[in-house]
Ligand binder design. Structure first.
Ligand code: BGC
Length: 746
């Protein structure tokens, strides 16, 4: 549809709407399709069946612009029909959903995909997720989550790209491209909604939803760059965060929404609040009533509210009547929502072909892509004496031990909803099918599945957790696991956190392995059988003992539907792991927050000495990750020794695979500004490239540093600056890269 036609149609609809209908267009309701009501007596207060009845009644009177949480094509067709045919304006619903890392086919968690250091992997995964979701009538995802996270106590660290703004920006842009594709009306893509604008990851103490106090310098240099990259990549939507940023709720934050997002970055799409966040301006003790809450959000630049039954936007008519917000502002917001519907082609046809959707959802190519993605994400933290890969030809028996060894649901990670758990390949299944009948593969759980009751409504979905049988006896199972280890040639131990222990509302104040997992690891290791440890984790769980006593440790994150196959291919060397840590792996929770890009202190030689009780360095650094070969870096060349502030610098390096296995390598470039008009980080990543290099071969890798990579936001001048200074530059395989060069900016 041409933009002229789009705007004509939008204006024609707008001219017909009452103020109540405009408020309705700006309201998105949870629908909770297919979710059972909670058992009487539980803590959960949301009743999905009531929500559904309410939303349907509202739809018929033009009271709903959008719904979220429906995952069935036929149900969505029915809802669209009752909305379109039930009301004189006939405006279809915009359907949103948290498609975070896959829809039916679950891809690795976003933090895992960031560990691939390969944005193309993120783009491909999200384009498949978009295709599946769109096939059933979903038009919009609340993703990517692009919050920089530097405090792993915060469970939502798993939803983003980790601690680094440069990596975060690359992953943000790639995901937006993947979700949105090039033609939103073609029925294969969805609107992307980067979230949570802004700085949600800086919540105090890593406690979810707690306040954020962030300096201007951190805001611009660290937290905002991924959002800006998402706008540049064409994101059509943004979601505001729940909490206050320096005391002003993000949802009513005019500086962030209007000054930065719209005016400075030129964002043209629409914004939605996080769940209930307009209404919550009242509970947040910011707005006195619904009219004031509506006015505060709309005047700041917000468009839509995501709501439960208590919608804050129910106060819009009163706010307009009291002149708290102008009708022009309301109209602009409605225009933006209607424009999104028109761009998606919904004004012509909001229905989907249910049969076609089944084919799309079950496309075997999607499971293969999920496996290939997962294979890119594993981070081999330690591999003493080439403990990995395993050689299947020399093994007679393998013991898979631990609560996540034969566990399908937890392998998918949080923020997975429309999956079919039965098609998930567990680690046990993956290993069995990789080694074939010639090797005996046996499983022992060892310790209980400590069930965490998650406070969200989704805890009510029985598909969401793995329960032990009522007669599960941990003593007996523990002993069985140790006995199995004793008689096996090798143990593949799978430990970590279950999916409900990380994600939203899953902050944690310790990083110990939950339950008796460490005790089990120690007992299994004491048998003398070689142990390979797989960590299913999205935060730096305590690996102090393991790092000294277990020869091989690989972090597998939450690898998704085809995870078990990807893991088996990696364990047995068909694939060389090459993922890198997108977060600093601390030794203890007391070190948090700890990042690689800290500022140099006045006493740089002493920086590893900050605690008297343990080293001031982390256990594993940012960018760390081994593979089954080694790489050497040489011939670093810069095309200039000195450049002006508007010049770019070309950087070339030779990377050689010096081992005897083909492998990917993640080449990383870091800079450091030696002096200037502010103190700058000790190192900052400003380039990375993942490439495949065959054993014995070399590759030339080139980077370009533009003035943008060399600039930073300076608190003294309250703006971006490029200083006249000298820079150090390093290129290598981690944030400890050693190959060094230097240049001057005049
Ligand atoms: C989360 C958002 C999510 C929304 C809808 C909120 O609690 O913060 O990230 O998109 O729920 O599920």
């Amino acid at each position: 549809m041409s933009s002229k036609t789009i705007s004509d149609r939008v204006e024609a609809l707008l001219a017909e709407m009452t103020i109540e209908e405009k408020a309705g267009q700006l309201t998105q309701y949870f629908y909770f399709g297919g979710l059972p009501d909670p058992e009487p007596g539980t803590e959960i207060h949301v009743v999905p069946s009531k929500m559904r009845a309410y939303v349907e009644a509202q739809a018929k009177i033009g009271g709903v612009g959008s719904v979220l949480f429906v995952r069935d094509a036929a149900e969505l067709n029915r809802l669209q029909k009752l909305t379109v045919e039930g009301h004189r304006l006939g405006i279809p619903l915009l359907v949103g959903y948290d498609v975070i890392h896959g829809f039916k086919t679950i891809f690795p968690m976003p933090l895992a995909v960031a560990a691939s250091f390969e944005p193309a992997i993120a783009e491909r995964g999200q384009s498949i997720a978009a295709k599946e979701a769109r096939s059933i009538g979903i038009h919009w995802t609340f993703a990517p989550m692009v919050d920089i996270a530097r405090d792993p106590r915060w469970g939502r660290i798993i939803e983003g790209a980790g601690e680094d703004p440069y990596l975060g920006a690359a992953m943000a842009a790639a995901q937006v491209r993947g979700f949105q594709g090039s033609d939103l009306a073609a029925g294969e893509n969805v609107l992307a909604g980067p979230k949570h604008f802004a700085a949600y990851g800086a919540s105090l103490g890593g406690r979810d939803y707690d306040e954020v106090n962030v300096s201007d310098s951190e805001l611009h240099n660290v937290y905002l760059p991924p959002f800006e990259a998402a706008v540049k990549a064409g994101a059509e939507n943004f979601m505001t965060a729940y909490m206050g940023v320096n005391g002003i709720p993000a949802t009513a934050n005019k500086y962030l929404i209007t000054d930065v997002l719209r005016n400075e970055w030129g964002f043209k799409g629409f914004l939605v609040s996080d769940a209930n966040a307009v209404f919550n301006l009242i509970t947040h003790k910011f707005a006195k009533d619904k009219a004031a809450a509506s006015a505060a959000a709309l005047n700041a630049g917000l468009d839509m509210e995501m709501a439960m039954i208590e919608s804050g936007y129910a106060g819009i008519p009163e706010a307009v009547a009291n002149n708290e917000v102008s009708i022009e502002i309301i109209d602009d917001a409605v225009r933006r929502v209607l424009t999104a519907k028109a761009k998606l082609g919904l004004l012509d046809n909001p229905y989907v072909d249910v049969e076609r959707s089944q084919k799309v959802l079950n496309d075997p190519a999607h499971r293969i892509a999920a496996r290939e993605s997962a294979e890119k994400t594993f981070v081999l933290l330690k591999n003493e004496k080439n403990a990995l890969p395993l050689d299947a030809a020399n093994l007679k028996s393998i013991a898979v031990i631990g609560p996540f060894g034969d566990n399908k649901r937890d392998l998918l990670g949080p923020w997975s909803f429309a999956f079919d758990v039965n098609e998930t390949i567990s680690i046990l299944d993956g290993i069995k099918s990789r080694v074939g009948a010639g090797v005996k593969v046996e499983y022992a759980q060892g310790v209980a599945h400590e069930r965490r009751i998650h406070p969200s409504i989704f805890d009510g979905d029985p598909n969401n957790h793995v329960n032990d049988p009522a007669d599960f006896n941990e003593e007996v199972e523990f002993a069985k696991a140790v006995a199995l280890a004793k008689i096996s040639d090798v143990v593949v131990m799978v430990l970590g956190e279950q999916q409900a222990q990380i994600g939203e509302q899953a902050a944690r104040s310790t990083f110990e392995l939950p339950g008796r997992q460490l005790e089990l690891l120690k007992a299994v290791a004491a048998t003398g059988t070689k142990v390979v440890l797989l960590m299913q984790s999205g935060r730096p769980l305590d690996l102090n003992w393991a790092s000294e006593n277990i020869p091989a440790i690989m972090n597998i994150w939450y690898p998704g539907t085809s995870g078990g196959a990807a893991i088996a291919n990696t364990l047995f060397g068909d694939i060389s792991p090459a993922g890198r840590l997108p977060i600093t792996w601390v030794r203890s929770v007391g070190q948090v927050p700890m990042i690689y890009s800290r500022h140099v202190s006045h006493e740089p030689h002493n920086s590893d000495n900050r605690y008297w009780n343990e080293p001031g360095s982390p256990l594993y650094i940012f960018g760390h990750g081994l593979s089954y070969t080694n790489f050497a870096y040489s011939d670093l060349s810069l095309d200039k020794k000195a450049l002006s502030k508007t010049d770019s610098l070309n950087v070339d390096v030779v990377v050689t695979n010096t081992g005897n296995r083909d492998s990917d390598e993640v080449v990383q470039l870091y800079i450091h500004q030696r002096y200037g008009t502010a103190i700058r980080p000790i190192r900052e990543m400003k380039g990375f490239k993942r490439l495949h290099i065959k054993a014995g071969e070399s590759a030339n890798v080139s980077f370009v540093l533009t003035p943008r990579e060399l600039r930073y936001w300076n608190a003294a001048v309250k703006g971006w600056v490029n200083d006249s200074t000298h820079f150090d530059i390093w290129v290598g395989g981690s944030s400890a890269a050693e190959l060094h060069g230097e240049f001057e900016v005049k």
